[in-house]
Design a protein around this ligand. Structure first.
Ligand code: SF4
Ligand code: SF4
Length: 404
């Protein structure tokens, strides 16, 4: 059905995409079957079809109500609905536009706006986040159990190899990962060093833009992205072959730079190049580390595939196969396609839903009593740690022999 777009939105960022996406939906409702919030709350407006209806109604000029805000805020942006949809509705892109609209219409109360702004400033600060992780680790004996588990003392970061090979790849630090578990990128650097690839960092890089984008701060997200595109394009000119992502939440966003800047004359070509050169670390390991090192000793691993990998990048089964090749025994996880409830800042903004999803995810992951739980995104890793009784690690750390 044709969308009668309200005049006031004619120049809104991404409005052409929104119109196309909304019109693709044939209202079949298949997506509701795999939407975690619909499954949990049973309300049509907490499923993708209902949310599309709400965004469509807003785009046609109907008032943005508090009810609309609530149902859009409850979406995890997990994109499980995209995987299910037979009509190819790109819901992730639509909800981004819907959230941008929400912020423009200023439906939020002042305290809500303040909280969301402070949260963004805190996570994006870098130094403040590092300071808080350090302080929480020192004080963990007196912190609530969930927080103490999340900030447990990581293994010391082992040596990071110096740049010595002709082949080079850029490794993205990530805002939260560099503060919480720098050991993840150090392990990646050692693995790639073994096969003759040096990793380089770009300390001036900004956040990939995912957090701002999810919180409806599109202009801020694009500012960060432009700065990164300029920096990373220079690294590619200087001989870096690829941009390697160890956090799937960042990977899915950088993969999308090409599309996000497709209308921008100055950045279109550079953004597209950056996206095309971006690889999830599992793709690099699969291509570059063909030798089986079976040091997993048949230890059992339950792998939680983050939505940003499973739905966002359609990477399914690759990491489980790699873990098997490295000598681990990978457990089957019931409803592996469902979100764990982390979803960027979601666990801080929608605590009840997030906790419920975490509870189900942990019981699915622990059902087979694995020795370790592995995942591929720092947000999921920290979130799973809150409730897990089993150690949780980034999967890449399981590939590095402990004595290396
Ligand atoms: S988004 Fe796709 S699956 Fe969901 S109602 Fe629309 S067409 Fe059907
Ligand atoms: S992105 Fe996830 S939570 Fe949001 S509507 Fe789709 S399936 Fe539901």
């Amino acid at each position: 059905m044709e969308l009668k777009l309200a005049k006031k939105y004619a120049l809104l960022d991404g409005i052409g995409d929104a119109s196309d996406i909304v019109q693709k939906c044939v209202h079949c409702g298949f997506c509701n079957a795999t939407c975690p919030t619909y499954q949990l709350l049973g309300d049509e407006l907490d499923g993708p079809r209902g949310r599309i209806y709400l965004i469509r109604s807003a785009l046609e000029g109907n008032t943005f109500s508090t009810r609309t805000k609530t149902h859009l805020d409850r979406c995890l942006t997990c994109r499980s609905c995209e995987t299910t949809c037979p009509s190819g509705v790109e819901f992730g892109r639509l909800i981004e536009i819907g959230r941008n609209l929400l912020e423009q219409e200023q439906v939020r109360t002042i305290p809500e706006q303040l909280f969301r702004n402070l949260l963004r400033r805190f996570i994006l600060s870098g130094w403040l986040l590092r300071l808080c992780f350090g302080a929480a680790r020192t004080l963990r004996s007196i912190l609530p159990d969930e927080i103490a588990k999340m900030v447990d003392i990581p293994a010391p970061v082992k040596r990071t190899p110096v740049v010595s090979h002709a082949r080079k790849m850029l490794l993205l630090d990530g805002c939260v990962q560099s503060a919480a578990y720098p050991s993840i990128n150090a392990a990646t650097a050692r693995l790639l060093d073994h096969v003759g690839i040096s990793t380089v960092n770009q300390p001036q890089a900004r956040c990939c833009g995912a957090l701002s984008l999810h919180l409806g701060a599109t202009a801020e997200a694009k500012r960060f992205m432009r700065a990164n595109i300029d920096l990373w394009a220079r690294e590619l000119d200087n001989g870096c072959e690829s941009i390697v992502m160890t956090a799937s939440g960042c990977g899915v966003t950088v993969n999308d730079y090409g599309r996000l800047f497709s209308d921008d004359q100055n950045f279109r070509v550079k953004a597209d190049r950056v996206s095309k050169c971006t690889k999830d670390v599992s793709e690099v390991i699969l291509q570059e580390c063909p030798v089986d090192i079976r040091h997993g000793k048949q230890r059992r691993v339950a792998f939680h595939s983050p939505c940003t990998l499973y739905h966002g990048q359609s990477v399914r089964g690759r990491i489980e196969d790699l873990l098997e090749r490295y000598g681990y025994k990978v457990s089957q996880v019931h409803d592996g396609h469902l979100c764990c409830g982390s979803a960027g800042a979601y666990s801080l903004l929608n605590r009840d839903i997030s906790r419920e999803l975490l509870r189900s995810k942990i019981s699915a992951l622990e059902a087979d009593q694995p020795d370790v739980i592995a995942t591929a995104n720092i947000g999921c890793l920290l979130h799973l740690k809150k409730r897990s009784t089993i150690p949780v690690k980034h999967w890449i750390e399981l590939l590095v022999p402990e004595d290396s």
